[in-house]
Design a binder for this molecule. Structure first.
Ligand SMILES: Cc1cc2nc3c(=O)[nH]c(=O)nc-3n(C[C@H](O)[C@H](O)[C@H](O)COP(=O)(O)OP(=O)(O)OC[C@H]3O[C@@H](n4cnc5c(N)ncnc54)[C@H](O)[C@@H]3O)c2cc1C
Length: 470
């Protein structure tokens, strides 16, 4: 791996940048450069930005955007660094890294949290749970609040509290022209609309404000594992159960290989299994009744569904998806989970090329579906399920086997798909237009024209401004 210094950035130019920010400016000559360039997805570990600016605050973000524009550098914005498509790093551009901006301030009276643009969900859970409060966050605690929320935000409490973006009440955004714009229901409401699902297209969010809800510290949650041959029955039971499940529960079925966890009998480690993973935000003692009719569909291999601290649930999957693993996801929204699709998913599960190939069927509905179709940029609300083919591998040579498999899984669902997809679950760029409805996309382009007419922020599921290049 070569660390080339882009010739456009001489030492004097870098010095000028160093003097204009409080945070660190890191270039290829610095010892910390290799680490500073890394994002979660190891498939992008060879990307070499010309410079990384680790921002200490909004003023640094403004300075970095101004510097990038005056030197014609592409901008990669890094929040939590979990972009599956590798959007938060780049070659020969500037990485504007908000990871030092991880502050979380909770007001338990108004039930609001103010969260820095580089925070991860572990930061939010840590501060909010002290007050017995929570908002919808990710299934892996190291995922960034920023990219997660701006794309939508699917999590364990979404059917009760809504998506992460539904809980976003305000934000401060550094726009392409270096202004800080405050977005809320009463100020720049069009921008708030776009931040709720339109991704990082409109600027860099330095500060998020979320609504919070009482939850925990202990909730009823966990997973039940079954042999893979029970996947067909479990998915059918899941479909029937989901239709009548209360908002308190959010569940997914995962067709996977058994991880080497102590709770799973050793003879099952590495073998193909299917798991029901679920959480309830309702009273703990009502938990067992909520899952009646589904958990008894077959004889489990391991049953770890029960009372557990919410913070523990939020970190349960972390060890399975460590930083540096190579990854590719592909997803689609499902209009239905019919028997033909269930059969195809079970067959695809058997052809998975590695142990970290997972087929997730997320239960949607509840509070997610009750937000009006055009009320936020998040493109679709009525789908009962979201299908996500999640793959991870370590040997770079295994890439095409994994991406081909994920694409085949989603291809097999084409007849049951709504035709839309959740942008945060897509490992390929260039998917914005097909992910949003026509109406939402037209509105998003108008917003892009207003806030970023020359497409300064384009390393994302890009909404191209209509005036770009004109
Ligand atoms: C292990 C893993 C688990 C996941 N689990 C879930 C899950 O449970 N539910 C779910 O919905 N999604 C999940 N995702 C997908 C996740 O929502 C997206 O990858 C999301 O973009 C990550 O946000 P981030 O800030 O960490 O990413 P980054 O890589 O930092 O950024 C992602 C995108 O957002 C932009 N961006 C980042 N910070 C800012 C900012 N401050 N202002 C403006 N734009 C910004 C970036 O430029 C980039 O385009 C998961 C991903 C991974 C890798």
């Amino acid at each position: 791996m070569s660390h080339t210094i882009a010739p456009i950035l001489g030492e004097a130019t870098i010095q000028e940048l160093r003097e204009s920010v409080r945070g660190q400016v890191i270039t290829p000559g610095d010892a910390s450069y290799g680490e500073a360039c890394q994002i979660w997805n190891g498939a992008y570990q060879d990307r070499r930005p010309a410079v990384v600016v680790q921002c200490a605050g909004a003023a640094d973000v403004i300075a970095a955007v101004g510097f990038a524009r005056s030197h014609g550098l592409p901008i990669a914005v890094r929040g939590g660094g979990h972009s599956v498509a590798g959007f938060s790093t780049c070659d020969d551009g500037i990485m504007i890294d908000l990871s030092p901006m991880r502050g979380v301030d909770v007001d338990p009276v108004s039930r609001r949290a103010v969260v820095g643009g580089g925070a991860v969900w572990a930061d939010v859970d840590h501060e909010t749970q002290v007050h017995g409060l929570a908002t919808t966050g990710g299934l892996v605690s190291s995922t960034g609040v920023a990219g997660f929320t701006l794309g939508g935000g699917i999590g364990w409490t979404m059917r009760k509290f809504g998506l992460a973006c539904d809980n976003l009440v305000a934000a401060d955004v550094v726009t392409a022209d270096g202004q800080i714009v405050h977005a809320s229901e009463s100020e720049n409401a069009d921008l708030l609309w776009g931040l709720r699902g339109g991704g990082g297209n409109f600027g860099i969010v330095t500060r998020f404000e979320f609504g919070l809800h009482p939850l925990g510290p202990v909730i009823y949650a966990g997973a039940v594992f079954y042999p893979a041959e029970d996947a067909f029955d479990l998915l059918r039971a899941f479909r029937a159960w989901s239709a009548g499940a209360p908002d308190e529960v959010t569940a997914l079925v995962n067709l996977t290989s058994a991880p080497p966890l102590p709770v799973i009998p050793e003879e099952w480690h590495g073998r193909k299994v299917v798991a029901l993973v679920a959480a309830s935000s309702g009273p703990v003692d009502e938990g067992p009744a909520l899952f009646g009719g589904i958990t008894d569909v077959a004889e489990p291999i391991a049953d770890v569904l029960g009372p557990m601290p919410y913070k523990f649930l939020q970190t349960l999957l972390d060890p399975l998806w460590p930083s540096g693993i190579h990854a590719y996801f592909k997803a689609t929204n499902l209009a239905r989970l019919d028997d033909q699709l269930v059969d195809r998913l079970c067959k695809a599960h058997q052809t998975a090329p590695g142990p970290q190939c997972e087929i997730h069927v997320h239960q949607m509905g509840g509070a997610v579906a009750r937000v009006g179709a055009g009320a936020s940029a998040f493109p679709e609300r009525s789908m009962p399920f979201v299908l996500n083919a999640v793959t991870g591998w370590h040997d770079p040579a295994a890439r095409s086997a994994h991406t081909d498999w994920a694409r085949a899984v989603i291809g097999a669902a084409s007849e049951a798909s709504t035709g839309r997809a959740y942008v945060n679950f897509l490992g390929d760029a260039g998917a914005a237009q097909s992910s949003y409805s026509e109406d939402a996309y037209t509105r998003l382009v108008a917003l892009k024209d207003k806030y970023d007419p020359t497409n300064v922020f384009r390393l994302n599921q890009n909404i191209e401004p209509s005036m770009a290049g004109s």
